[in-house]
Design a protein around this ligand. Structure first.
Ligand code: ADP
Length: 245
């Protein structure tokens, strides 16, 4: 059994065909060890979302392979992919995507209900407590701040105890203080629970919470930084954006 929660091998994703085709990812190989927190950065159009979608089994690569927890995704049927996503993967997005008619507690319990499992109240409460919302279980999203709503979304992603959590700009809609609170929670998920976090971000401060920052340019990996400060990440991004195409 490998110690990598996710592995991308020679991942290529092309959209369209012939003269108008776009290569969004071009032969990307990356490993994400268990319990680590990786940020993925790069200019707009560099392939970050495509990487996340392919790694999470939401999109299929043109060639190459994705392995999640030892299971190769390319060999799975749509049903197999759905089950794998349901059981092993969590997502948080920039938009919180909470159901406004439901309370925090009901939103968090939803993935279990959708999977046909009966949520245990104590478990739901415990996960809400973990994200600092133990006293907000009965509130609806409109009664919560943006940071609190994102924490509900995080609790909803955590309720199934996923091995891997994918974040697509999870702090993009938050002010810097609440953004930091959410990032601290993500950091804790890696450190305390051994969960693996893969997060796309534009924000060097958000990236500085990660163990590693991987940079993409034109669909290819263009370097990485380990344990970098926000200033070091920002400097590297400036260099990338100044480099001639
Ligand atoms: P990023 O997230 O870094 O902004 P994306 O992964 O969204 O980059 O896009 C990478 C490239 O692939 C871009 O050139 C984009 O226009 C193209 N692309 C993404 N999705 C599609 C699609 N569904 N159809 C055609 N081209 C796409």
């Amino acid at each position: 059994m490998s110690d990598d929660a996710v592995r991308l091998h020679s991942l290529t994703r092309r959209y369209g065909s012939g003269g108008t085709s776009v290569t969004a990812l071009d032969d990307v190989s990356l490993a994400f060890p268990r319990g680590t927190f990786t940020a993925v950065m790069g200019p707009s159009g560099s392939g970050k979302s495509t990487l996340l979608q392919c790694a999470a089994g939401l999109d299929r690569p043109t060639s190459g392979s994705v392995t999640v927890g030892g299971t190769e995704l390319t060999g799975l049927s749509e049903t197999g992919l759905t089950l794998l996503r349901r059981d092993r993967i969590g997502f948080v997005f920039q938009a919180f995507n909470l159901l406004t008619a439901l309370t925090a507690e009901q939103n968090v319990a939803l993935p279990l209900r959708l999977a046909g499992r009966r949520p245990k109240k104590a478990h739901v409460r415990e996960v809400l407590h973990q994200v600092g919302l133990g006293d907000r279980a009965g509130h609806r999203p409109t009664e919560l701040s943006g940071g609190q709503q994102q924490r509900v979304a995080l609790a909803r992603a955590l309720i199934t105890r996923p091995d891997v959590l994918f974040g697509d700009e999870p702090t993009g809609a938050l002010d810097s203080r609440t953004g930091r609170e959410v990032l601290t929670l993500l950091r804790g998920m890696a450190d305390r629970n051994g969960q693996t976090i893969i997060m796309v971000t534009h924000d060097p401060v958000a990236a500085s919470f990660a163990d590693r920052v991987v940079f993409l340019v034109d669909g290819r990996v263009n370097g990485e930084l380990l344990g970098a400060s926000a200033a070091a990440v920002a400097a590297h991004l400036t260099e990338l954006e100044a480099a001639p195409c």
